[in-house]
Design a protein around this ligand. Structure first.
Ligand SMILES: NC(=O)c1ccc[n+]([C@@H]2O[C@H](COP(=O)([O-])OP(=O)(O)OC[C@H]3O[C@@H](n4cnc5c(N)ncnc54)[C@H](O)[C@@H]3O)[C@@H](O)[C@H]2O)c1
Length: 305
């Protein structure tokens, strides 16, 4: 297939690109390289890969017409990045997504990188059918874009759990990645609202969900799926305790509240009923991250030579 990946240089996008190339597809990355070029360097030599430096806000029919479909991952990802750039977050995550969807023909698919984070503070087990009132700007932009995309029949929205694990374009801000970094480097993790529950997924299981969706498009199009595992719903305290087993860090349970309000458990029955399986555990991810963080020090202010 000929596939376009917006945000293909990002944390998830670059690993997805490699997997789709390995599976024999022709892939085009479209990205504005907000975070630099290094993540794609190992892929440039692949003859089945094209790379376009472009902003999704400039997408027109001419950028889109040659593909069987699009994985739409490009955008401002996460609570802090959206709060720092509210106007751009709206234009990029919502308006550019609408323009893109309007410029596709009905036989081109969209597989949309949606999120479970807009379930907010329900304190309940959330299903895809549940009414949603997103709270954070990130959640609002992702939800509005999802609603628009799902007006097309040939679209699938994958509402991912928070991802953990290692990518050529690392993200240390994601909760498990962040806590493990602090455990290794600061030897302590400070928790806000330690009992609040979230849901998590290893990066490679997220990539498997993307390719699983492509393989099962006929069954999945027109539908929204939570993507994760019923075995990976954890409170922040439980995550910190898993990390402590390997690092012997100190856990400081503070009274402070979290600006990014989330407290939910998610049901992943819908995608599991189609045969999608998660194979990696939280401990798998934490051990890989500890191995990385023993030498990877992006925030080190000085160097000894
Ligand atoms: N990482 C997670 O835990 C998670 C969970 C659920 C959903 N998602 C969604 O998955 C997608 C990818 O997330 P990620 O973790 O890889 O994030 P990321 O920030 O690493 O990747 C996003 C990519 O989009 C690109 N981008 C940003 N603005 C752009 C623009 N205006 N034009 C073109 N490219 C632009 C960036 O350069 C980057 O390469 C996002 O849409 C995010 O909302 C991520």
């Amino acid at each position: 297939m000929k596939i376009l990946i917006t945000g293909g240089a990002g944390y998830k996008g670059v690993v997805l690109t490699k997997q789709l190339l390995d599976n024999g597809n022709e892939v085009t990355i479209l990205d504005n390289f907000l975070y630099g070029y290094e993540s794609v360097l190992h892929l440039v030599q692949n003859k089945n890969l094209t790379i376009i430096r472009e902003d999704v806000r400039n997408l027109r029919e001419s950028h889109l017409k040659d593909y069987d479909g699009i994985y739409h991952l490009g955008g401002i990802s996460g609570y802090p990045a959206c709060e720092a750039n509210p106007h751009s977050a709206h234009l990029i995550n919502v308006e550019a997504t609408k323009t893109m969807a309007n410029n596709l023909s009905n036989d081109q698919f969209i597989i949309y990188a949606s999120t479970t984070s807009f379930y907010g503070d329900t304190g309940k087990v959330c299903t895809e059918e549940m009414a949603i009132k997103p709270v954070s700007l990130y959640g609002i932009t992702k939800y509005h874009a999802e609603q628009y995309i799902m007006q097309r029949k040939n679209s699938v929205a994958l509402r991912f759990a928070t991802i953990f694990g290692i990518s050529p374009k690392m993200r240390i801000d994601l909760l498990v990645n962040d806590f493990t970094y602090k455990a290794v480097n600061d030897r302590s993790i400070v928790l806000f609202e330690s009992k609040s529950k979230r849901t998590f997924l290893h990066l490679l299981d997220a990539i498997n969900a993307y390719t699983f969706t492509l393989d099962n498009l006929d069954k999945m199009r027109g539908q929204i799926y939570n993507v994760g595992s019923n075995d990976l719903n954890y409170s922040k305290l439980e995550i910190a305790e898993h990390i402590k087993k390997y690092t012997n860090c100190t856990i400081i349970d503070s009274d402070l509240s979290d600006f990014d309000v989330r407290n939910f458990e998610i049901s992943f029955e819908k995608i599991a009923s189609l045969g999608y399986k998660v194979t990696r555990t939280l401990d798998d991810g934490v051990q890989e991250l500890i191995k990385l963080y023993k030498f990877y020090k992006p925030f080190l202010a000085y160097k000894t030579i």
